[in-house]
Ligand binder design. Structure first.
Ligand code: 5GP
Ligand code: ZN
Length: 110
């Protein structure tokens, strides 16, 4: 996607504080952190949200979850973090490229 912010980060056309990368996934610190640890885990493939996942993405979805676990460990918060994905504008999604937030060091409800 030409104008997608996260695709631009994947292509290194925009700077980001990258903390993890593998073939299908990249993770970088949120530019506007809501907690002491706030990292975004993003598939390199452009998908607007979880709603765009199909059966073809089973491997990608599994790798994303494993990346979340790995990034939490790399960030020193394994066992004590929240992971969430806003799906759609009504849920607060601002960047229409699937991403998981990893948040730690602050209480969030729920
Ligand atoms: P959403 O509300 O879509 O679930 O979350 C998007 C997140 O992306 C926000 O927490 C926002 O701070 C972050 N964000 C938006 N633009 C950029 C950017 O250019 N770089 C980084 N690192 N984070 C961004
Ligand atoms: Zn994108």
């Amino acid at each position: 996607m030409e104008d997608c912010i996260f695709c631009k980060i994947v292509r290194r056309e925009l700077p980001a504080d990258v903390v993890f990368e593998n073939e299908e996934t990249i993770a970088f610190k949120d530019i506007n952190p809501m907690a002491p640890t706030h990292v975004l885990v993003v598939p390199k493939k452009h998908l607007a949200s979880l709603d765009d996942l199909t059966g073809d993405d089973v491997g990608l979805a599994g790798n994303l979850l494993l990346a979340v676990k790995e990034v939490a460990a790399l960030s020193g918060v394994a066992g004590g973090y929240k992971m969430l994905s806003n799906c759609g504008e009504a849920a607060g999604q601002v960047v229409p490229h699937l991403h998981f937030h990893i948040l730690a060091g602050k209480k969030f409800v729920p």
